[in-house]
Design a protein around this ligand. Sequence first.
Ligand SMILES: Cc1cc2nc3c(=O)[nH]c(=O)nc-3n(C[C@H](O)[C@H](O)[C@H](O)COP(=O)(O)O)c2cc1C
Length: 167
Amino acid sequence: MNAKRVLVAYGSKAGATAGIAEEIGRTLRDDGFDAVVLPADTVTDVSGYDGVVLGGALYAGHWTGKARRCARRNAEQLRHRPLWLFSSGPVDSSAEQHDIPPVRGVARRMKNLGAREHMTFGGAVTAETSGSIARAMVRRGKGGDFRNPERIRAWAHHIGTELGATH
Ligand SMILES: Cc1cc2nc3c(=O)[nH]c(=O)nc-3n(C[C@H](O)[C@H](O)[C@H](O)COP(=O)(O)O)c2cc1C
């Protein structure tokens, strides 16, 4: 039996969301899937996948343009396959303490595309993050890496269970 193919696509500016996507991809591969991790701006065709996970970094209450455009560009095909969305955002422990619902635009997208679930993961702003706001956050001690690999892996296992590893 062939392993199911899963695409994990991410829209990331500074790399934190890419790291979450890689962790999801690794976990799905460990669970027996043929999982591919790609930057959202390179995704033009999802017809070859049995399931898709699409994530975006949050900036000023919106997914990055790369994730938004990926969702728009592939909308027709995304509607016809199992789809999960995630956001990487809060630079604090709030995502650990309670489920954070999707921002408005992502909630709308979820509905339009028939996504099964959405998850908000803690994000990261570190000394390596570019931009003046990020630099100011780090300088004031408001930065940090709040990605939790265990939570990310648990969600990926859950997706794997929902999809079923083989055809
Ligand atoms: C200028 C700026 C604006 C941000 N706005 C939000 C926001 O509105 N909501 C949120 O949850 N996180 C916000 N964040 C945190 C980022 O979403 C977080 O750092 C994310 O993990 C970045 O992902 P990336 O490294 O893949 O770009 C912001 C960070 C910066 C630097």
